[in-house]
Design a protein around this ligand. Structure first.
Ligand SMILES: Nc1ncnc2c1ncn2[C@@H]1O[C@H](COP(=O)(O)OP(=O)(O)OP(=O)(O)O)[C@@H](O)[C@H]1O
Ligand SMILES: [Mg+2]
Length: 256
């Protein structure tokens, strides 16, 4: 499936305050990109806008996925095109068990509107085993009483169930212990067997060692101010975000 994500000069406001101020980003099929940036720079805003959260107003620019104008599409239509967001703060849905929730999510994006129940359960068991999750989780309320790390692992179980073409992981690594991070990364890497592209939002180097992005972008004050390879993360860890604006200015003058 040949689906490229193209974000062009994207401006987004919430309650009248501009948050994204001209984001450009291009993710080709099969590519892994990392997005880093200080707290409040707009990373989660960008993921919410990509998935069609109604609170955000796109005031300028465009987003296309596989040539389709995403801004015309409702969140469920974007999911049907193969987009998926693993939330920074997954919410609980008490009373809806994990298995039922995943089944209805899988039904909703299936071309026939329904997945085969036997295949679904077989897949679910296999995916839970792969993610080293206790089978009892399937019958618990979605995220109800889950620990922070368990919620993040649940996001990845959803991702393995839905097999998206493009996934956005918004700080999935935050709150995961060292072993859980390894298991979750193994789960994500399993999806790479098929054409799959990924935007990993993170504050830390560690998950990038597992997911090996080829491209790294730094978002500051609502703009991608610097793009490069994964080596940028080393400089970030050493020097923090202060040096970024200087490096960005150099990159810009070199491009002129
Ligand atoms: N409803 C709102 N009203 C006003 N400002 C908002 C609203 N929602 C988000 N913002 C602001 O938008 C900015 C970007 O927030 P966002 O959650 O996208 O940041 P982030 O880069 O994901 O940060 P973090 O690394 O802490 O997760 C923040 O300054 C936030 O306070
Ligand atoms: Mg965020």
């Amino acid at each position: 499936m040949n689906k490229e994500l193209i974000i062009c000069d994207l401006h987004v406001s919430i309650d009248g305050s501009p948050i994204l101020k001209g984001v450009n980003l291009d993710i080709k099929p099969g590519e892994v990109h990392a997005l880093m940036g200080p707290n409040g720079s707009g990373k989660s805003t960008l993921s919410s806008v990509l998935m069609g959260h109604p609170a955000y107003e796109v005031t300028k620019g465009s987003i296309t996925f596989g040539g389709e104008d995403l801004l015309d599409l409702a969140p469920e239509e974007r999911a049907r095109l193969g987009m998926f967001l693993a939330f920074q703060y997954p919410v609980a849905i008490p009373g809806v068990n994990v298995s039922k929730f995943l089944k209805s999510a899988a039904d909703a994006i299936h071309p026939d509107g329904k997945v085969n129940a036997t295949d679904f359960l077989k897949d679910l068991r296999a995916n839970m085993a792969y993610l080293e999750m206790d089978a009892a989780f399937a019958n618990r309320g979605l995220n109800e009483g889950f620990s922070g790390g368990e919620k993040k692992r649940m996001e990845i179980l959803q991702m393995l169930t839905l097999k998206p073409h493009l996934a956005i992981m918004d700080e999935t690594d935050s709150g995961l212990d060292i072993d859980a991070l390894r298991v979750v990364s193994k789960g994500v890497n399993k999806l790479m067997d098929e054409p799959f592209s990924l935007l990993v939002i993170t504050h830390y180097e560690r998950i990038l060692e597992y997911l090996k992005p080829k491209f790294l972008h730094i978002l500051m004050d609502g703009r991608v101010v610097l793009s490069g390879g994964p080596e940028l993360v080393k400089q970030l860890e050493e020097k923090g975000y202060d040096w970024v604006k200087e490096a960005a200015a150099k990159q810009q003058s070199a491009a002129v």
